[in-house]
Design a protein around this ligand. Structure first.
Ligand SMILES: O=C(O)CCC(=O)C(=O)O
Length: 294
């Protein structure tokens, strides 16, 4: 496939997943985010069980995101799908890869990582506005995260700034706890905006357990605190498509994936980041192209 072909959205009519309409695809392209109702509806119990297991046995990257004196609990952790069977099962057996292919216009869908984000009742801390892309070592036009709550959410839902995936300059990544800048050099980034004060078009939806917001890695997003009386447990799956390539950053990325051995311009190595779907030759090579270059 030539680079030009890789940037051309794939035809959808024959392969589009029944959950995905042309309106979903158009909204995703235009705004960088769209709600997919019921995407994980059959997997809510598994996701909730996986989150419970994750919180009971946090991984090396687990973080508590509150300063002393702040109320509630804001826990997050990522890159646990290989040790939490429910996460792997959901990632491989749900419709997420097919829906991702449709939204991204990509023939292949590759797993980047999983992420758990839990705000207990009475957690006033907001998730800071940020784009995920600057923290990551992968870039492309074809990227997507799916944020899925396993509790009903209203005020504490994900909030995405429409169109921010097309901004010319990326937004300065910061550390969620200290709010320090993530990389030493601040010059190449734009300051973090205040979308409410600046009256930006913010997309947000009340969501039922199993619904998912699909959003481009470059979309500016955040979330309010959880002032409700119930938990706000969320699971994110991060996926990339045909044109995504490894890029270098001015420091350790998040997640870091130490020892990955990739160099600028590589596709993510498929032995670490499995190819979940390959529509290039649906009949003969489902899953068998892992590691090949598109
Ligand atoms: O759950 C949250 O509060 C924020 C989620 C988020 O930033 C993400 O999934 O990338």
């Amino acid at each position: 496939m030539t680079p030009a072909q890789m940037n051309t959205p794939a035809p959808h009519s024959s392969t589009r997943h029944p959950l995905v309409t042309q309106q979903h695809i158009d909204s995703y392209r235009a705004h960088g985010a769209v709600l997919v109702k019921g995407l994980f509806a059959d997997h809510v119990d598994d996701i909730a069980a996986g989150i419970a297991m994750n919180m009971q046995a946090p991984g090396p990257y687990a973080a508590e995101n509150l300063k002393p004196g702040e109320t509630g609990r804001f826990f997050d952790d990522y890159c646990n799908w290989q040790r939490i069977p429910q996460f792997e099962q959901v990632i491989r057996n749900s419709a997420v890869a097919a829906v991702a292919a449709d939204l991204m216009g990509s023939q292949t869908v590759q797993l980047f990582h999983d992420h758990v984000l839990v705000k207990e009742p009475g957690t006033s801390k907001a998730t800071p506005w940020h784009q995920d892309s600057p923290y990551y070592f992968v870039e492309g036009q074809q990227t997507v995260s799916f944020w899925c709550p396993v509790d009903p959410v209203d005020e504490a839902t994900l909030r995405c700034v429409a169109g921010s995936h097309r901004w010319a300059r990326p937004v300065l990544p910061t550390r969620w706890l200290s709010e320090d800048t993530f990389y030493a050099d601040e010059s190449e980034w734009m300051p973090v905006p205040d979308p409410d004060a600046e009256r930006m078009y913010v997309l947000e939806w009340p969501m039922a357990p199993g619904d998912a917001v699909a959003f481009d890695f470059r979309v500016l997003h955040g979330a309010r605190g959880n002032d409700s009386a119930i938990r706000r447990r969320a699971f994110s799956v991060r996926l990339v498509g045909d044109d995504a390539r490894y890029v270098t950053r001015p420091g350790r990325t998040s997640p870091p994936f130490p020892g990955h051995g990739m160099t600028a311009g590589d596709r993510l190595r498929a032995d670490w980041f499995p190819i979940l779907l390959d529509r290039r030759d649906d009949k003969s090579n489902k899953g068998s192209q892992a590691g090949s270059d598109a």
